[in-house]
Each structure stands twice: as structure tokens, then as C-alpha cells.
Design a protein around this ligand. Structure first.
Ligand SMILES: [Zn+2]
Ligand SMILES: [Zn+2]
Length: 596
């Protein structure tokens, strides 16, 4: 009785809070406003002494979501995160699953919220949920939200995904595993590595992508460069396991690679990223605009600077070079095109700029004569690019390249829509696209590394830390497949409420900067996949796509709205540059496959 009241009281408080919010919601200006109209319902939760039933919990979550207030929803998530058992997580997940349409922000908030839970039972629920929904976008989106999770209990999800889910989900699970250095993770990964190894039929077939990812994860977790041999890994782990990963890692030489990326990559990609240095010279090309005679740079963005910063070898040519018949794209695997001034303007040195005339130009005040030029890519150059893409080239374009290149050469796929006013908009992945290789790491909450260290290996400052260290805490003996029907809430290994840590409930908002007169995307084909979209933008111009990709015969095009280089500044947590990294990783994988 005492214990049930203990976790029942906060629920009551939250119910009252929602009640207040609903009353006040007429004046609300929260970002969940769009749902506020639908929120005429006041929560009806009876004041029983018993813990709330699963049904009552779900009602609570749904009413908080409907209240249109992110603070109230966060409060509900925080309260549920402290409760034992699987039902609180189940209530949130089923609420998210039922939001098949409607405001994306609530959907993402529910998934980010439950992924921040700390109780072990929540992970059992999440594991079974992703298996049950493995054919649905939400299973990918939950796994993506779990990329921030560094708790050993996330292995309850990873294990289930690796056992029964499709490969795109399995690759996501390995990405998560690589960030959770406890021995339970190694225990989970090794048998799957053996399973994948068997598919090679003694070297007759190539190594699977999953096996390669697991090797990268194991090397990152253990800091042991044991390579591709399952026997080596199993033999080593059999002896080393009892020491625990902390001792193993502390003793290892750490050769963690450094990149110029604003934010470190997850371990699996960090290893793949190293391979980019092995790409042949000349395989990455940037096409830019010239400097006009008056000294003005016609480039509105410089993707070559982003490539410089992250140490990707590349060649830069002006678009005039590409136009020469002698210029060949043979041997080029990836082309980036900067957004440039494509309209006519006067480049006479010394002429003064007058009033703004649109198209990012000012009237030239002369005096006459004017030296009027236009640096727009010629048809021959565009034809050359189209043929190259069709043969397998990967093309990355931004902003006005839509007008200059795509709607000329690829108009069956994409054309330019309304010219936008500019500003910045909230963005989110298209639902389910979080499993797309181009979106790896793009929508991931930042990890608090120091909090993480405190969590795994308590008392950093403690001198006799090593004597306190117990490798068995890295295990998870409570990870069993339970029959849900017969399992009472709070049964088994479930700790009391005091022992469940505060959930990490933060709504990570990603934003995209749009410069004045950037064209919206007008999608022409079902082959165009929207990777990132924005409901704010959709409200403005009817099309919310911010980043899209489409295949063209053997090649691929990625286009982003407005300027890519301006998205990778330090705000926005620099995750957007992962889109470019992922693009290059795909280029490398493809060009390696072609060489074989
Ligand atoms: Zn531009
Ligand atoms: Zn002039």
C-alpha cells in the first residue's frame, strides 16, 4: 500500500497539471499548438490506491500529448520513467504508434522520451516492441532514438533486433552497441558475428556488411585489433572476459582516430571514415563558380571548405572547366556543386551597387558601359553530368543548383518550387527514414560523456577506484525472454522506484537555415525519397522536403534545400555534416564494389 502510493502520487500531480494546461490551452503558444484544438478532454484517472493500470497509463500519455503542451508531456514522461515495470514504456510506445499521421514533433518527442528511460524493464518492452513493429517505420525511429542510450540494458533491445529483425535494423543495433562498453555487449555481439561468419561458407562468399560492422564495434568496445577471425575473438574473450571491459580498455593502447568533424562519429562509422583516405586521388570533385572581374565571389557556399575541414581529399574546378569538351569525369566517384550566382549581373570593377533587385543582386549604378555576365552552367556540361550519374556517379547539389542543373538535367525527378522568404525551420527525419544509410547519426541527441563515465565507473576521483571495480556490474542477468501475459508489473529483477534513475527527457530540436530566395523542392517522381522534412516549411509553401535523394540508373543524386555549408556551424550540434559523411561513405562502398 505504501509503495503503491509512492509512485501513484506523482501521477496524480501530473494529471492535475494536465488538467490545468487543458484549461489554459486556449491561450497557449507552445509548439504543440496544432494538437491543442483536439484537446477538450480532461483526464479521468480514478484515485484508486492501486498502481495505475496499463490502460490508465496510456490514457495519461495520450491526454498529455493531446494537451498541446510540451512541458506537460515532458512531465508525464519524467514521471513514467521513474515507475517500475514495462507498462509505462508500453503506454508511450503504443501512443506513438497510434500517431500514424499528425504532428511529427509529438511522435519524435515520445520516442526520444522513452529512449531516455533508465529502468531495465523499459528496455525489455522496447526490445519486444521493435520486434513486433519490425515492418513499420516506428521500429527504426525508436532504434534511432536509442542511439543516444549508453546503458547496458539497451542490450535487451540490441539482442532481440540481431536475432529476428531485418538487416537495416540490425546495422542500426550494431551502431548502438558500439557505444555501450560493457561486457554484456560483447556477449551479445560475438554469437552474431559467428552466425554472419558462417554465411561466408569458408570464404566462398564475401563478408556480410553486418559482420564488418560488428568487427568495427568489437574493436571500438575492446580496443583490441583482432580483425576478421571469429576464432580469434572467441578465444580471446573466453580468457579476457573476467577482467571486465574497463580493465581491458585501460590496458589497451588507444588509437582512436581523429577527424576534423565538429562532433565525433560513432565508433563504427569512425572506422569506415578512415577508409575515405584510401579513396583514389581525383575521385571527389567540387564544382564552383568563378570570381567576377570586380572581385565578387559568385559562390554562395563553399562545400570545399567543409571537405577541407574534415580532411577529405578533393579537387576543385570552376564550372567553366567542366564545360570544356576535353574535361572528362572518368575516375570521379562523387561531385559536389556549390550554389552560385546564376543570374546576369554587371561585373565592372568600381561600379556601385544600388537598390536590391531580387535574386541576390543589386542594381548596378554604373556609369555605363556595363560588363554584364552570367555564369550559369551550359547545357553541354549538364549533359556530361547526367551521363556520368547514369553510369554510377554520385552527385550532391544544393539550393540554386536545383534551377541550374537538376531541373534541366533531372527534371523528371525534381524541379524548383516557390522561392522562400528565408529564416530557419524545425526539421525532422521523414518517419522510418532514420534507417537510411544517408541519415546515420544525423538526428542523434548529443551524449554527455562525463555523465556516462560516472554511470559506468563510479567515483572517478576515487584513488582506489580499481579495487572498487566489479566487472560483473557490466552484465545484465535480468535479460530474459519473459511471457508477458504471466508477468506482473514489478516482478523479477525490477528495482524499487528509488533505484531507477531520472529519465533523460530532452526534446532535441534540429533546425535548418534557409537563405532568402532559396527555392522549395517540387518533387516529380515517386523515386525521390525525402530524407529530412519540415512541417514548418510545409505550412509555408506546401512542401516540407529539406533533403532528398533519388537513384538515376546506376548513380544517385542528393539535393538539399538552401546551403549545406551553413548547416554545419556549431549550433544544430553539427549533426547535419553527417549527411555529407554518409554520402561519401556510400560513394566509397560503391566504388569499392565496382573495383571488384
Ligand atoms: Zn544558394
Ligand atoms: Zn555596371
Amino acid at each position: 500500500m505504501f509503495r503503491s502510493l509512492h509512485y501513484w502520487l506523482p501521477v496524480l500531480v501530473v494529471a492535475l497539471l494536465i488538467f490545468t494546461v487543458v484549461i489554459l490551452s486556449a491561450a497557449g503558444n507552445s509548439r504543440f499548438d496544432r494538437l491543442a484544438e483536439a484537446s477538450a478532454v480532461v483526464p479521468e484517472v480514478s484515485l484508486d490506491e492501486d498502481p495505475p493500470t496499463a490502460k490508465e497509463l496510456k490514457k495519461l500519455v495520450q491526454q498529455a500529448a493531446m494537451s498541446g503542451d510540451s512541458v506537460a508531456l515532458a512531465e508525464v514522461l519524467r514521471t513514467l520513467g521513474k515507475m517500475p515495470g514495462r507498462d509505462p514504456a508500453a503506454a508511450i510506445l503504443s501512443s506513438a504508434a497510434s500517431l500514424s499521421r499528425g504532428p511529427d514533433d509529438i511522435y519524435w518527442f515520445l520516442l526520444q522520451g522513452v529512449a531516455g528511460f533508465k529502468g531495465p524493464d523499459a528496455f525489455t518492452e522496447m526490445g519486444e516492441f521493435v520486434v513486433r513493429y519490425k515492418s513499420k517505420p516506428i521500429s527504426r525511429d525508436l532504434l534511432n532514438a536509442l542511439r543516444k542510450c549508453k546503458l547496458k540494458y539497451v542490450n535487451r533491445v540490441i539482442r532481440r533486433v540481431l536475432a529476428t529483425c531485418p538487416q537495416d535494423m540490425q546495422l542500426m543495433a550494431v551502431d548502438i552497441a558500439a557505444g555501450v562498453p560493457v561486457r554484456r555487449t560483447v556477449d551479445v555481439l560475438l554469437p552474431v558475428m559467428a552466425r554472419e561468419d558462417a554465411k561466408e561458407r569458408g570464404g566462398k562468399k564475401p563478408q556480410t556488411a553486418l559482420k564488418l560492422a560488428i568487427i568495427a564495434a568489437l574493436e571500438a568496445l575492446t580496443k583490441q585489433p583482432l580483425g576478421n577471425s571469429v576464432i580469434n575473438w572467441q578465444g580471446w574473450w573466453g580468457k579476457a572476459r573476467e577482467q571486465g571491459l574497463k580493465v581491458i580498455r585501460d590496458a589497451a593502447d588507444d588509437h582512436t582516430p581523429t577527424t576534423g568533424l565538429a562532433r565525433p562519429l560513432d565508433p563504427v562509422r569512425a572506422r569506415q571514415f578512415l577508409g575515405l583516405e584510401e579513396m583514389a586521388a581525383g575521385s571527389v570533385l567540387v564544382i564552383k563558380g568563378p570570381t567576377a572581374a570586380n572581385g565578387n565571389d559568385t559562390n554562395f557556399d563553399h562545400i570545399e571548405h567543409v571537405l577541407d575541414r574534415i580532411n577529405i581529399r578533393h579537387t576543385v574546378v570552376e564550372k567553366g572547366e567542366l564545360e570544356k569538351p576535353s574535361f572528362k569525369l572518368d575516375g570521379v566517384a562523387a561531385v559536389f556543386i556549390n550554389c552560385t550566382q546564376i543570374h546576369r549581373f554587371c561585373q565592372s570593377p568600381g561600379h556601385a551597387a544600388g537598390a536590391y533587385t531580387g535574386k541576390r543582386l543589386h542594381r548596378c549604378e554604373g556609369p555605363a558601359p556595363h560588363d554584364t555576365v552570367q555564369f550559369k552552367m551550359k547545357q553541354d556540361a549538364i549533359d556530361k553530368l547526367v551521363k556520368w550519374v547514369e553510369k554510377g556517379g554520385y552527385l550532391f547539389t544544393e539550393d540554386w543548383c536545383l534551377v541550374e542543373v537538376l531541373e534541366i538535367g533531372f527534371s523528371d525527378f525534381l524541379r524548383s518550387g516557390d522561392a522562400l522568404e528565408g529564416g530557419d525551420v524545425a526539421i525532422s527525419p521523414e518517419r522510418g527514414m532514420t534507417a537510411h544509410p544517408l541519415l546515420r547519426g544525423v538526428f542523434v541527441a548529443p551524449v554527455d560523456i562525463s555523465a556516462l563515465r560516472r554511470k559506468y565507473w563510479e567515483d572517478d576521483e576515487d584513488d582506489d577506484e580499481d579495487q572498487e571495480y566489479d566487472p560483473a556490474v557490466e552484465d545484465d542477468p535480468g535479460d530474459k525472454d519473459l511471457d508477458r501475459g504471466k508477468t506482473a508489473v514489478g516482478e523479477g529483477e525490477t528495482p524499487g522506484i528509488e533505484e531507477i534513475g531520472d529519465p533523460d527527457i530532452r526534446l532535441i530540436e534540429h533546425r535548418w537555415k534557409i537563405d532568402k530566395e532559396s527555392p522549395a523542392l517540387d518533387i516529380q517522381s515517386k523515386k525521390v525519397q525525402v530524407l529530412i522534412d519540415s512541417q514548418d516549411l510545409e505550412a509555408v509553401c506546401g512542401e516540407g522536403a529539406v533533403a532528398v535523394t533519388f537513384p538515376v540508373k546506376r548513380g544517385r543524386v542528393v539535393h538539399v534545400l538552401s546551403h549545406f555549408g551553413k548547416q554545419s556551424s556549431s549550433d544544430n550540434e553539427a549533426t547535419i555534416e553527417n549527411l555529407l559523411v554518409n554520402f561519401l561513405l556510400q560513394v566509397r562502398i560503391r566504388s569499392e564494389a565496382n573495383r571488384r
